[in-house]
Design a protein around this ligand. Structure first.
Ligand code: PMT
Length: 396
């Protein structure tokens, strides 16, 4: 649970995107957060307080003159509601609400508790494209950013009003991912991290090829963890259907040669290179241009070696900090140690192939010049965060 122990004040202002916040309220709790909804009068035109109470299991606060939500002795909900909060998340955040916050106005419960807060404020704008692009809104947005307020989105796309452009509120899963990232320590702020993930596919003919069972889950989790840690992340991915982690630049490739070429374009400007991909060691020398027919007999495949991407990067002048992976079926530590030496890299992460390929969790061995550290079985995202913390300690 990525938000275990966190208490979130979920502010809602008027906007059709309010219906999506019902889903967000559930997802926040699925991740272990407690949620206190506070709704403006306009928000209640779109979703009722009863709905939000049912979804959060708590009374919803709507009225700045009510004593509900305040301590018994002072009756000041606009102060007390946020004193136990880890963050206020306002979604949807209307143009009007952003303007009021930018100008320090406090004329209802939500704007008053925002002004009186001690905890971070994150806002998910939701409005018509022209309202978003209006210079007045953009001035307010610049002020909010300068004041340290985190804006989540908005996204581009089709809008409820029938127009198209920027101003769509992020989807609940995107808001959740951004909020989880917000709470992670920024151990790699300002660093560029390059990651390979997934399998490669080496064509035999236009419909067949040589590949392996890598799902991409481990590499994608590391990309997410690196981005959560504040890095600028480029993910070179072999064939996989996984969604791209938020804020990560993804380059899709098929073959090892394509993966090599994409990596070499970014390696010199990266501070960290993490090779998680299960790269095919060989490719078919001459892939057939048309489908090989079964009737023409069993084909003989001639193979040639693919470039070793990790070894190439590790041998660059001013190479980034290189981290390799090894999936072994037996003697994991022994083979991992040998692979670290052969690849000439400071850190190799070894795992048991039978457990690692395609699974949601994994045990990792971190092998460096000093020895081996075991990261006991956990979800790949949890392991990715531990690995990123370890890598951050190794950077100058
Ligand atoms: O994707 P998942 O289903 O989540 O599974 C994760 C994983 C098992 C694929 C991952 O944890 C893992 O172990 N990846 C490395 C797989 C492997 O055994 O690689 P290797 O021994 O062939 O290569 C060693 C290292 O060199 C790896 O970092 C690899 O990316 C790199 N390499 C290998 C060959 C090559 N031509 N170029 C490379 O860069």
């Amino acid at each position: 649970m990525n938000l275990h122990g966190k208490h979130i004040v979920l502010g809602m202002t008027g906007g059709i995107a309010a219906y999506k916040v019902c889903e967000l309220a559930r997802r926040l709790q699925d991740e272990g957060a407690t949620v206190q909804a506070v709704m403006s009068r306009a928000a209640q035109e779109f979703v009722t307080a009863t709905t939000m109470q049912a979804l959060t299991g708590r009374p919803v606060f709507t009225d700045q003159w009510s004593t509900e939500g305040g301590r018994v002795d002072n009756a000041m909900p606009h102060i007390d509601i946020t004193r136990v909060a880890d963050a206020i998340v306002v979604a949807p955040a209307s143009a009007h609400f952003l303007a009021r916050v930018a100008n320090g106005m406090a004329d209802d419960l939500l704007s008053t508790l925002v002004l009186a807060r001690r905890c971070p404020l994150l806002a998910a704008p939701a409005m018509n494209v022209e309202m978003w692009n209006n210079p007045a809104t953009q001035r307010n947005v610049a002020t909010l950013r300068a004041d340290g307020i985190t804006l989540l989105g908005p996204a581009d796309g089709d809008q409820a009003c029938g127009e198209t452009g920027s101003g769509r509120m992020l989807e609940p899963h995107e808001l959740l991912e951004d909020l989880v990232a917000f709470f992670q320590p920024k151990l790699l702020a300002g660093k560029r991290v390059l990651i390979t993930a997934g399998p490669t596919f080496e064509p035999i003919d236009p419909v067949r090829g040589i590949t392996n069972l890598s799902s991409g889950k481990m590499g994608f989790a590391i990309a997410r963890a690196a981005r959560e840690a504040g890095a600028d992340v480029t993910l070179v991915a072999g064939p996989t259907m996984l969604p791209t982690p938020r804020g990560v630049a993804r380059i899709d490739v098929q073959s090892a040669q394509q993966m090599h070429d994409a990596v070499m374009q970014h390696a010199a400007t990266s501070q960290v290179f993490i090779a998680v991909a299960a790269v095919a060691d060989w490719r078919v020398t001459h892939a057939a241009p048309t489908k090989i027919k079964k009737g023409s007999g069993t084909p003989t495949l001639h193979l040639e070696a693919n470039p070793d991407i990790l070894a190439t990067v590790a041998h660059m002048n001013n190479a980034p900090l290189c981290v390799g992976f090894a999936a072994e079926t037996n003697d994991v530590e022994q083979h991992g140690t040998a692979k670290r030496h052969s690849k000439n890299i400071p850190l190799l992460v070894a795992n048991l192939a039978q457990d690692a390929f395609g699974s949601d969790d994994n045990e990792l061995l971190l092998i460096d010049a000093l020895g081996t550290t075991v990261l006991k079985r956990a979800s790949k995202l949890a392991q990715a965060r531990r690995l990123i913390a370890d890598i951050a300690r190794r950077l100058p």
